[in-house]
Design a protein around this ligand. Sequence first.
Ligand code: BG6
Length: 484
Amino acid sequence: MSHTIVIFGASGDLTSRKLVPALFRLFSRGRLPDSTRIVGVSRSPYEHSEWRKSLRETTAKFVGKSFSEEAWESFAPNIYYQPGDIKDAESFQSLATFLDEIEEGKSTGRVYYLSTMPQLYEEAIQQLGAAGLACDKTGPRRVIIEKPFGTDLKTAQRLNESIHNVFREDQIYRIDHYLGKETVQNIFALRFANSIFEPLWNRNYIDHVQITVAEEVVIGRRAGYYDNSGILRDMFQNHILQLMMITAMEPPAKFDAALVRDEKVKVLHSVRKMTGGDFASQTVRGQYDGYLQEEGVPANSQTETFAALKLYCDNWRWQGVPFFLRSGKGMSCRTTQIVIQFKNVPHQLFGGSKKENKLGNRLVIQVQPAEGIQLHFETKVADAGMKTRTNHLDFNFQDSIGGQEMPDAYQRLLLDAVQGDASLFARGDEVELAWSIIDPIIEAWRSPAAPPLHTYQTGLWGPEECSQWLFDQKREWFDVCPVI
Ligand code: BG6
């Protein structure tokens, strides 16, 4: 069956930077189903040829050295442009006619990609329904929705409701691009395709888990969005909770969308809700020095650009094991890593490092940019009696694929949506539960009893108070920039 991918918000940055390059790469590698068409929709009045020309430039730029002119020449005729306004019902009627025309009455699957401003999602969905574009009698109809999915629990519930008025849950693909990253999917493989880790993957052997998503960049020109959002909405409600779910979930009986997501949702159900003093003792807030001077940021903004949370999962596997989650802009380097920190041996036989707070073995999952896995363990120091020191085994993902380019997250996710596999997309209840964990923290941080907002210097690991906070809990952050 052929497919048509309709991108709403076609003139936006995401389309040229991510979506079309990802589709082009899939096409070049023969991964896109035959005769897949791409139709861009936005208000700008382009001709097909103009849009193709402008996409050629941007695709060549973002695909880089693997861009091939020859492949583009075969790809470009499948790209179309249809001017249209999401607020205008007639635009959707014209779109419906145009799609029927290019699909020539053949049974065709359609994926509608909402890459518009989030305020337009509800309207776009409603218009798709009213124009009969959601009806799947002549082929599957699916809709991909970009983040943010709501700005809190209430708005996410309302959005779910209005989407469900038009599309069934199995037609809805809520995207979180972290799930498209190869190394995030590799966590499933690490945990569920090996027998050696899983027996240790629980409260009997693990002291705590750290999940860090550090970014060197600051907010740049995104003040309009960022100052209203802050780091909890921007990174925690989605990406970081996704990483936590995959790290903490039980093995599903089968790797299919319903069962994988059932297990992930159970993790969110188990997260202990913070109350009272927890908001002060289990969270750290920070704002980088210089944030208030960024263009468009109000002079008295209290928006966090850094946060650290301590969460617990109240279930059999994880009882008593803290999950320390942190993310920040303006950090020391760009790194996303999950650290599984194992407990110490029950009885120390050998003299080793006398470092305070030293814990035992550690498994470091480097999600990006140095994709890989390291296992840290003790070895004997040569010719020094029975002294030990920490060494590590290092697996590098890039080496293992022989220098091939690591696929971009959108490649995998777009292909999955075309093929109807929703395992790596968030389900409605999952998104709502994630908000129900984050909302009370945001609320507490906006109340008079909010914990202090620490200022931190860019280029470090966030506020010093955050390092101290963990140190006081007899633990330390794994503050290591990966070697690329
Ligand atoms: C986005 C956030 O969802 O993820 C950005 O809005 C953030 O603020 C980005 O920079 C990080 O994504 P990645 O893939 O670069 O880690």
